[in-house]
Design a protein around this ligand. Structure first.
Ligand SMILES: Cc1ncc(COP(=O)(O)O)c(C=O)c1O
Length: 457
């Protein structure tokens, strides 16, 4: 698109906005979305798109859900914001109670923050200070264990925990050391991961403060899926060595993996976390907000006559009442029968298509967990900035579907209100796109310039 073809919104966007995970020098102008309803978005020209990735996995009830919109509007007229230090308010109290009621044991307390990364920072500060509060400043438990490839956000602690994801090379000198073990996505890597954990705990167990992991699905790593029994085994081994466990459920929380929390499926296998980080779906995609849930034992370690033993952490918008109101409305919707039925419908469509994907020559390793379906598009190239990812994005956008491939991994993570026909339509479009790509190029057909890999994640 030449400069003259830009719309006024795109001109101002180019002049004033700096987009996330984007190399602006080579990126094409962004599509400007002006309206959302249910699973759809509309751009400034009136073209409709299916939001097949729930807007970076946050939107669970569809865009502009009227129930959540009304709850936010009512709260905005009552109390829009008040600081949460020395002051409380009903939406934050009600939401904390509701989260603890539905979270698996042993969650007992809720610490609010603003986004997935801050939920992780809070969790890391909790575990590091927990050991210092118990053992004193010279506590040997200062190290963190994490899974290879895990992604936990873009603040410094979160980057350190996720440094093997490959996103953070410019910042490596400032990231603290973390001990990584493999992520067990199949029987052989499960065994290797457990053997590595055993060796680490045997050698260094008393230096380990905690282990952090994304239970059941490593999202940004390429929707890498793990069995609940494997995650439970990691938890049991950590706990046996006195090491705390943090579940990063920023992506997996609120029904994504088929149960309310991925931790519910892990609990069925006898494993649990001491801390659970939530964000994304927490407010149904309406407001930036996060919650770090902790056990009573962790909370108790911060109680002392000394102020320095408190968790001296907070954000201006901690427990924002509008976010809490959105989250309460979203949680009520999520637990209602109609939404549970929609979740089952999405899972049924994924299950129907799985065998077809499994035998498709251009698709590898199709997999499903709850409402998440992912597969690799066969390509000579992969990696996050690969041109296949760019080409997939552009092709699907042209056909009215918003996707955000991770390298050559394409995935559907639809809002739960998505109708079976919309989702089936996305699968049919996938088949059409792959047929087009497989067809030999026609003589004199215009050739598409290769994508530039200007956007990541
Ligand atoms: C598992 C996980 N943790 C943490 C984060 C960071 O969340 P945020 O982008 O809200 O900071 C993400 C974001 O994608 C995530 O997938």
């Amino acid at each position: 698109m030449s400069k003259v073809d830009l719309t006024p919104w795109q001109v101002d966007d180019a002049q004033f906005c700096w987009h996330p995970f984007t190399q602006a020098h080579t990126a094409k102008p962004p599509v400007v979305m002006v309206r959302g309803e249910a699973e759809f978005l509309w751009d400034e020209h009136g073209k409709r798109y299916f939001d097949a990735v729930s807007s970076w996995w946050v939107n669970i009830h569809g865009h502009c859900n009227p129930t959540i919109a009304q709850a936010v509007a009512e709260q905005a007229r009552q109390l829009e914001h008040v600081m949460f230090a020395g002051i409380a308010h009903p939406p934050a109290i009600e939401l904390a109670k509701a989260l603890i009621d539905c979270a698996p044991a042993p969650m007992a307390k809720v610490f609010y923050s603003d986004n997935g990364s801050t939920a992780i920072e809070v969790a890391l500060k909790m575990v590091f200070q927990y050991w210092q509060n118990l053992d004193g400043p010279h506590s040997p438990r200062k190290r963190l264990i994490a899974l290879q490839g895990g992604y936990h956000g873009d603040t410094f602690g979160a980057m350190a925990a996720g440094q093997s994801s490959g996103f953070y090379d410019p910042f490596k000198p400032w990231l603290f050391n973390v001990d990584f073990i493999e992520c067990g996505t199949c029987a052989c890597t499960e065994d290797a991961a457990l053997a590595q954990l055993d060796a680490l705990l045997a050698e260094q167990g008393e230096h380990m403060a905690a282990m952090i992991l994304e239970p059941l699905i490593q999202g940004a790593a390429g929707m890498r899926m793990m069995r609940p029994a494997f995650v439970a085994e990691l938890c049991k081994r950590c706990h046996a060595a006195g090491v705390l466990v943090i579940f990063d459920e920023v992506f997996t929380g609120f029904g994504r993996t088929g149960t309310l929390f991925a931790a519910d499926a892990v609990a069925e296998q006898g494993g649990h976390a001491d801390i659970i980080c939530l964000s994304k779906g927490l407010t149904g995609g309406f407001m930036p907000m996060a919650a770090t849930l902790a056990s009573q034992a962790i909370y108790d370690a911060f109680l002392s006559p000394e102020v320095n033993k408190a968790l001296l952490h907070g954000h201006s918008y901690t427990a924002n009442p509008l976010g809490c109101a959105a989250a309460l409305a979203s949680l009520r919707l999520l637990r209602s029968e109609p939404v549970q039925g929609r979740l089952r419908d999405i899972q049924a469509v994924h299950a129907d298509w799985l065998p077809r994907l499994a035998t498709h020559p251009q698709i590898q390793n199709p997999r499903v967990c709850g409402t998440v379906a992912a597969f690799e598009i066969q390509s000579a190239q992969n990696g996050y900035g690969s041109s296949v990812s760019q080409r997939l994005r552009e092709t699907f956008m042209e056909r009215g579907i918003v996707v955000r491939p991770l390298g050559n991994t394409l995935y559907w993570i639809p809002p739960y209100c998505t109708s079976p026909s919309t989702l089936k339509g996305a699968y049919n479009t996938l088949m059409d796109v792959l047929d087009d790509w497989a067809a030999p190029p026609q003589k004199n057909a215009p050739t598409r310039p290769p994508g530039t890999g200007s956007e990541l994640f």
